[in-house]
Design a protein around this ligand. Structure first.
Ligand SMILES: C[S@@+](CC[C@H](N)C(=O)[O-])C[C@H]1O[C@@H](n2cnc3c(N)ncnc32)[C@H](O)[C@@H]1O
Length: 508
């Protein structure tokens, strides 16, 4: 059985598997790496981003976390589909022959093509496995056989770079296609630990929406694949399972497809259902025995009536307490949920609001030697530095005034002033131009250990998106029957049971 890359990522990025391109903070792009494609690119499958083009051959087999430089790609027949391709137009586009590995590949893209390409690059997209129009010249014949493994060695473009990351629920949340509002990492990590979700647990999630929470929950309950003898080491492991519900059919279809692509279909059972109406009961035997519930619904209180222990075919584990969390954006929904929880016998009801703040920690370098360098404060860093700079500026001004001829000066006076200035200049320190200073700073920075200079400072992000939702938590105690009571009394005595304790209290 092939395991999900979300549970066991391979050590390097593999062909036909999911990888995440980290473009910049808050800009991540998921893609399936392809070693073959026929989209008109001589390099095979290519992903275009605002930071340049990335042939998949430059991504496959690289260790996770690697920085990948953008490449110059041969746009081949792209963008010219549907147009009459005359040999002269082909010649102007493919001005230099592009051949296979080892050849002197060079780029010459006309202005019209490059404008078109720039526009395409603005909209990040993946170009894979789209059948291309057949090239007509001998220059592009290597692309005539449909999807192919490129033998072209891409050349660095020098325009930009990305980092390649393994798929994780966190990276998926940051990169997924939002079909709905999603639960973000700070919220779901808190929710999962408060619900005490552990490997082997069974859990209910409704509604599944874009599947952000689903991926994190699947990782939390994953306990190996029971069918896989290499993962089952002899003893019966409880298999973790997420029972996920969503009533919007297109969302169900997209999420089911993603779950299969991500190898999560054995851990997540997605059901198309209105849970407020039809509840969570399942036909399966034994019953799922869930111990945790997460409701991300507009009206969670309507679903609560289906989460009682007495419900026929109840999905709840009768032998364990069940922890619940509801996720609501406004306080009115919280109030309705809390009332419904109280009426239904849930205990330990509390509400939490996660206010996530990103703290930016970096080294701050201040001083005139930083002038012209990036990300620094190029003001004087000390009184000495400030005075030295003032002296330099004063000397420059004085020289300027002496050199200029004042109105009414005779030739003789002007000549005297000039010779005075020349004499002064030999006595004052050499004044460098701004250009010279910047170049000197750059040269010196190459010798400096910048990573350990300056003060470590931290700041909270100025623009903080704090409120996401209110989280309501509660616990439903385990089922307690007359038999349980009698067993407990016979083993521990009547004072050990809740009713016994109550009686003793009343007697005091
Ligand atoms: C905010 S989204 C959930 C986002 C999801 N938790 C995530 O992290 O991607 C709420 C979802 O609940 C679904 N929904 C609303 N009422 C429902 C119901 N009664 N039964 C099942 N799903 C429902 C909606 O279709 C929507 O997709």
């Amino acid at each position: 059985m092939s395991s999900s890359p979300f549970f066991h990522p391979p050590p390097t990025a593999l062909s036909d598997s999911l990888a995440i391109l980290y473009l910049k903070r808050d800009s991540l792009l998921p893609l399936t790496l392809r070693s073959t494609a026929d989209d008109g690119y001589a390099e095979g499958a290519v992903t275009n981003t605002r930071f340049g083009s990335f042939p998949h051959t430059t991504l496959i087999d690289t260790p996770w976390g690697s920085q990948i430089r953008a490449s110059k790609v041969d746009t081949g027949t792209r963008g010219r589909k549907g147009k009459q391709q005359t040999s002269s137009s082909l010649q102007s586009t493919d001005a230099v022959p592009r051949t296979t590995k080892g050849s002197n590949v060079s780029e010459a893209v006309p202005a019209e093509e490059s404008t078109k390409k720039r526009k395409q690059d603005e909209q990040t997209r993946v170009a894979v496995d789209v059948p291309a129009k057949k090239p007509k010249t001998s220059q592009t014949q290597s692309r005539e056989q449909g999807p192919h493994q490129s033998t072209i060695v891409p050349r660095e473009a020098g325009s930009g770079f990305v980092h390649i990351l393994p798929p994780t629920p966190e990276a998926w949340t940051a990169s997924l296609d939002h079909r709905t509002q999603v639960v973000y990492t700070p919220d779901y990590s808190y929710v999962l630990q408060r619900l005490r979700v552990r490997p082997g647990d069974s859990m209910i999630e409704a509604g599944a929406g874009s599947g952000s929470f689903t991926h994190a929950a699947a990782r939390a309950v994953f306990n190996g694949y029971p069918e896989d003898p290499s993962q089952n080491s002899g003893h019966d492991k409880k298999r973790g399972q997420i029972y996920s519900y969503e009533f919007h059919e297109p969302r169900v279809e997209i999420l089911q497809k993603e779950l299969i692509e991500h190898g999560l279909e054995k851990v997540v059972t997605l059901t198309h259902r209105d849970v407020c109406d039809a509840g969570f009961a399942r036909e399966q035997t034994p019953a799922p025995g869930v111990t945790a519930i997460f409701l991300d619904l507009p009206a969670p209180w309507l679903a609560l009536k289906h989460l009682a222990r007495e419900t026929p075919n109840t999905p709840l584990d009768p032998t364990q307490p069940v922890h619940i969390c509801t996720f609501s954006p406004c306080i009115e929904q919280v109030m309705a949920t809390v009332s419904a929880l109280r009426r239904a016998g849930w205990l330990g009801i509390s509400m939490v609001e996660v206010q996530n703040r990103r703290i930016d920690v970096r080294r701050e370098r201040v001083g005139l030697k930083e002038e012209g360098l990036r990300g620094v404060n190029a003001n004087a860093g000390s009184v000495d530095e400030a005075i030295a700079r003032l002296r330099e500026v004063d000397a420059k001004l004085a020289t300027h005034h002496r050199n200029s001829r004042e109105p009414g000066w005779s030739d003789e006076t002007h000549a005297t002033a000039k010779s005075d200035a020349a004499a002064d200049q030999t006595n004052t320190p050499k004044v460098s131009s701004k250009q010279q200073r910047l170049e000197r700073n750059k040269r010196e920075a190459e010798e400096r250990k910048l990573y350990k200079e300056g003060n470590v400072v931290h700041r909270t992000e100025p623009e903080v998106r704090t409120h996401t939702s209110y989280l309501v938590f509660a616990v439903l105690p385990r089922a307690w029957s007359e038999e349980d009571e009698a067993r407990c009394v016979s083993q521990w005595g009547s004072s050990a049971t809740a009713s016994g304790a109550k009686k003793s209290l009343n007697q005091v």
